[in-house]
Design a binder for this molecule. Structure first.
Ligand SMILES: NC(=O)c1ccc[n+]([C@@H]2O[C@H](COP(=O)([O-])OP(=O)(O)OC[C@H]3O[C@@H](n4cnc5c(N)ncnc54)[C@H](O)[C@@H]3O)[C@@H](O)[C@H]2O)c1
Length: 264
């Protein structure tokens, strides 16, 4: 595997303004990728861009867009292909928390979470896959990576964030479905399924996370809160030739949390 295996390839990351999105973008740039940084918050992707350009000579396009809005996503896709001739790695990362017990959740909160976490990823994938499958890269023409959550897995379903849980279950299902639909187009589709990580989604606050873990009576066998770069390293593996025969998988990275639920 060459050192700069993403040279000549574009990586598009949604929600690249903070947390996992920023770390993944940095990792892809380290391997030579040019980048499309999407976020609903323009200032945050300007920050990500400046961090990357401090140490890497790559081309970066800022793509401010709300992924839950189909028109904005289609416009983003048009602009991306005006500037670049490919999108090799597409990461559906942008997501929001929200919702309490699912049956007590208000419609407005249901819509907000589902519109970003599920419809958003669907919008983006629909807007990009047609051009991706015509790309000449081999053995794979492109790679899609969805960021799901342990809260969406069978043993991680979480009534404290019910709608969020369901949204991530749906994204795990889309991962498998798109792997089936896009396999013959030489596009792999995999997911990364994080447990509990220190990012702005948890207010960047380890104490808040520890309280939350206690309240949920969750045990993490490796007994550490995850760091965003650990997710970014798995994303780099999925973007690399080392993973070319993997598709339809939801890779759990949680310090063993989900295997331990109700067991220790
Ligand atoms: N942090 C964790 O422990 C954890 C665990 C499991 C899964 N996740 C998932 O990881 C992904 C990234 O989360 P994070 O922890 O890095 O959080 P984060 O809040 O740091 O990052 C999310 C980014 O998405 C952007 N965003 C939100 N709504 C958007 C929209 N409509 N359009 C475009 N961009 C939008 C935000 O502005 C933000 O920059 C999310 O999908 C989240 O559900 C996080």
């Amino acid at each position: 595997m060459s050192e700069n295996f993403l040279e000549g390839k574009i990586a598009l990351v949604t929600g690249a303004g903070s947390g996992f999105g920023r770390e993944m973008a940095i990792n892809f740039a380290k391997k030579g990728a040019d980048l499309v940084l999407n976020d609903i918050d323009l200032e945050s992707i300007k920050e990500t861009r400046d961090i990357i350009l401090n140490s890497h000579e790559v081309e970066i396009m800022l793509a401010e867009a709300d992924i839950s809005d189909e028109e904005q996503v289609n416009l983003m896709s048009k602009k991306v292909f005006q500037q670049f001739d490919n999108v090799f790695v597409l990461v559906n990362n942008a997501g929001i928390r929200g919702g309490s017990s699912s049956l007590k959740t208000k419609m407005i909160d249901y819509d907000m979470v589902m519109n970003v976490n599920v419809k958003g990823a669907w919008n983006v994938t629909k807007a990009f896959y047609k051009k991706m499958r015509r790309q000449k890269f081999r053995p794979l023409a492109g790679k899609i990576i969805n960021i799901t959550s342990c809260a969406g897995t069978e043993c991680g379903l979480n009534p404290f964030i019910g709608i969020y849980s369901v949204s991530k279950t749906a994204l795990i299902a889309f991962t498998k479905l798109w792997a089936l639909e896009l396999g013959s187009s030489n596009i792999s589709v995999n997911a990364i399924c994080p447990g509990i990580f220190l990012t702005p989604i948890y207010n960047n606050d380890p104490n808040f996370i520890r309280e939350w873990i206690k309240m949920r009576n969750v045990k993490i066998p490796l007994d550490q809160i995850g760091e965003p770069n650990q997710v970014a390293d798995v994303a780099l593996f999925l973007a690399s030739p080392a993973s070319d025969y993997i598709t339809g998988q939801n890779i759990i990275i949680d310090g063993g949390m989900t295997i331990s639920i109700n067991k220790i």
